[in-house]
Design a protein. Structure first.
Length: 186
């Protein structure tokens, strides 16, 4: 995320919090973010310098007026006018981070070889909530290469209990204990 995205996203969050619209703008902003991601040609059109500024702003009005809050629409227009609309995704990431921090929410990413059952995911979420003292938003990633166990990323901390992680750690310890020439190492 760029410094520009941090500054603009933080400013949008401050305004939204002041107006008690942070949850609304978070939801609408995520929808707009996905729409722009799914339609990169539209984003390029809005950034095209040969298209007059008023026409680009009119396109934003046509696309979003009535479907997003006025604050979010005006924010999009400001980004468009300043030729930084491509920063919108980063702005929304900063917005989400501020929202989560202010609402005691932490995002956890769990990686496993197979999908967790609903009961396993609920138990893991409850455990992480008790450890962190925050409400946890759990994202699951299935990656067969981990072979077994779980890798959990929570607030910048990595807890790796995967079989592949343990094997890699064992391999590192063996290499430091026994000097193996590089050409013979697996």
């Amino acid at each position: 995320m760029t410094q520009t995205a941090r500054i603009y996203g933080d400013s949008l969050y401050e305004l939204a919090a002041e107006e008690s619209l942070s949850e609304t703008i978070l939801e609408e902003g995520n929808a707009v973010r996905q729409l722009l991601k799914d339609n990169p040609d539209y984003l390029r059109l809005l950034a095209e310098p040969s298209v007059p500024k008023q026409e680009r702003l009119g396109l934003l009005d046509q696309a979003f007026a009535g479907s997003v809050s006025g604050y979010l629409l005006n924010f999009l227009k400001i980004l468009c006018e300043n030729h930084i609309l491509a920063e919108f995704a980063g702005c929304m990431e900063e917005f989400r981070q501020r929202y989560n921090r202010d609402h005691g929410i932490a995002q956890a990413v769990v990686t496993s070889a197979v999908a967790l059952s609903d009961a396993q995911a609920a138990a893991l979420k409850a455990k992480l909530e008790s450890v962190s003292g925050k409400h946890i938003e759990l994202t699951q990633i299935v990656k067969p290469s981990v072979m077994g166990g779980l890798r959990v990323e929570l607030e910048g901390r990595l807890m790796d209990g995967t079989l592949s992680g343990k094997l890699a750690g064992l391999q590192r310890r063996l290499k430091t204990t026994v000097s193996i020439p590089a050409e013979e190492a697996p």
